[in-house]
Design a protein around this ligand. Structure first.
Ligand SMILES: N[C@@H](CCC(=O)N[C@@H](CS)C(=O)NCC(=O)O)C(=O)O
Length: 369
């Protein structure tokens, strides 16, 4: 029996993660190593998406493997596709788990151009999902029970898995991205990536402060809006989401004005156009995964429809486009089909007919119109 998300007053409550270990040379079990750890993600999930972006930014795509669950979440939770030994071997040979920064490498080979043609039970290997080469699990729940036979909460992604002891290191995205950023795996990463620090000490308190209100009011705010079970809760939450988007817009608008005075060319401005300080930080990673889903899903599916990012928030829009179009770690880990299909076809209480809206068109606008 899966745990309940909502509480008696109809408001949405997110459960606390129960596995929260770091990887570190001081840790009694989880020591740094190449090829030992594995990420289980959903390309639809904004929390899992944070870990894919961080893994790519830190040059860890050939250090930590990835499995992608099917976009359709049903009553038994997330599932993988199963694959025979030959397909598994070939996938490794083709570098499918490494080449696309966490996306599904061969998706282009097998992609329906119309979302309507994709059934909820479709099983297109490397397009709808990948397999689990470690435990050969059919369900994510099997990994949770392997780690703890008495586990009795929800089976959430992301999961950082230790292939050596066959257990979960962490299922808390905020902690996983701090671990990946901490430098413990730097010795196995490319030289350029090791220079990236998403939480530089001089910005740490600002990043933490920004993350805290963005988490409660935007990242989780859209869920509190969409899963509200009464009009009063919904109206309160949706108003709150937009009040905080306004706050981000004014931070970025001020930042843009200052950068325009300092640098002249747009590419120079964009190279410093981030939420905290003038460099890419964890604050950008965590905000991005919600903003990129906003127009395609949250506007209609979660009823966050005061306006769209593209029409109502020019500075947030430019910031998002810059991350997507100018940074492969963001672009290659963003899969709009998984994003749209997952929400609209898994939340049957919100969208009982499971019809997936095709728009907005395009999913994201080009950087220069
Ligand atoms: N605390 C977790 C939250 C993760 C989470 O809520 N994941 C959702 C997908 S967006 C999930 O896996 N839900 C599965 C379910 O509810 O059965 C984190 O940030 O890592």
């Amino acid at each position: 029996m899966l745990g309940k998300w909502s509480s008696a007053d109809g408001s949405f409550k997110r459960q606390r993660s129960v596995f929260q270990e770091p990887i570190s040379s001081d840790h009694p079990v989880f020591k740094p190593a190449k090829g030992r750890y594995w990420l289980y993600v959903s390309l639809a999930c904004p929390w899992a998406h944070r870990t894919l972006i961080t893994r790519a930014l830190k040059g860890l795509t050939s250090v930590i493997g990835v499995s992608v669950v099917h976009w359709h979440l049903d009553a038994q939770g997330w599932r993988f596709l199963t694959a025979d030994e030959q397909t598994r071997q070939k996938a490794f040979k083709d570098g499918i788990f490494e080449s696309q920064a966490g996306g599904i490498a061969s998706a282009k080979l097998d992609k329906s151009s119309h979302l309507a043609n994709v059934a909820n039970d479709s099983a297109r290997l490397f397009s709808d999902a990948t397999f689990d080469p470690n435990q050969h699990a059919a369900r994510l729940s099997e990994l949770y029970y392997k780690a703890d036979p008495d586990y009795n909460a929800r089976f959430t992604v992301p999961v950082l898995w230790d292939t050596q002891t066959q257990t979960i290191v962490s299922n808390e995205s905020a902690q996983i991205i701090r671990t990946l950023n901490s430098g413990v795996l730097d010795e196995f990463a490319g030289e350029e990536a090791t220079k990236i620090d998403l939480v530089p000490s001089e910005l740490e308190s600002q990043i933490d402060e920004f993350n805290a209100w963005v988490y409660d009011n935007i990242n989780n705010g859209v869920y509190k809006t969409g899963f509200a079970e009464s009009a009063a809760v919904y109206e309160n939450e949706v108003t709150n989401v937009f009040a905080h988007l306004n706050r981000v817009e004014s931070i970025l608008s001020e930042k843009y004005g200052k950068l325009k005075q300092k640098y002249h060319r747009l590419d120079e401005v964009l190279a410093h156009y981030y939420t905290v300080g003038e460099q890419l930080t964890e604050a950008d990673v965590r905000l991005y995964t919600t903003i990129i889903r906003f127009d395609p899903v949250y506007v209609q599916h979660f009823k966050c429809n005061f306006t769209t990012i593209r029409d109502g928030y020019p500075h947030i829009h430019l910031w998002m486009q810059n991350l997507y179009w100018n940074n492969a770690a963001f672009r290659l880990t963003t899969d709009f089909d998984h994003i749209k299909l997952h929400y609209t076809r898994s939340h049957t209480r919100i969208n009982p007919l499971g019809i997936t809206p095709l728009g907005p068109i395009p999913d994201i606008k080009p950087l220069v119109d």
